[in-house]
Design a protein. Sequence first.
Length: 42
Amino acid sequence: MEHMIGVRMKNPLESVVGSVISGLLLTLALVFFLKNFIVAGG
């Protein structure tokens, strides 16, 4: 159990940076989709 936890959480900074990057990518994708949807709808 401890070994698996150690493997999953190698570096707290890595997970934080990964979360921030993932959040930015999802936000950009959502904004891009909404812009296209609004332009197509208008």
